[in-house]
Write a protein that binds this ligand. Sequence first.
Ligand SMILES: [Zn+2]
Length: 136
Amino acid sequence: MGFERFGRISFTSQTKAAAFVDYLEKEELRYTKCRTCGQAFFPPRADCASCLSSDMEWVKVADKGKLISFTRACYAPTGFEEDVPYVLAVADFNTVKVFGRLKAGISLDELQPGMDVQVKTVSLPAGQISYEFVPA
Ligand SMILES: [Zn+2]
């Protein structure tokens, strides 16, 4: 399987990091880590941007992260118009910072920078798969 199943709309079917989707199907969010220099990457990369090595390993993101920041999107790019408004967030999982959406229906009043969040796999229409943040 390729990368075409990731997200509501996937603009590419082939990538060297397609295993990301396979892990999501197992309800695991993973990043890549360079075995040569130790640099971690999220979104995952197949080749290290620091030392150019292709010797990468897949590592599971920690169970809990800290919400760093968030914003409410009221306008969306093509293909996401029906989803607005939605909340985009960045959370720190110690080794990597993860960018993603917050689960729909959570009020901004419930969010506070520094609060614990978890990542959950979410199944989308037409067999697509993604992930979202939920309060921990
Ligand atoms: Zn490296």
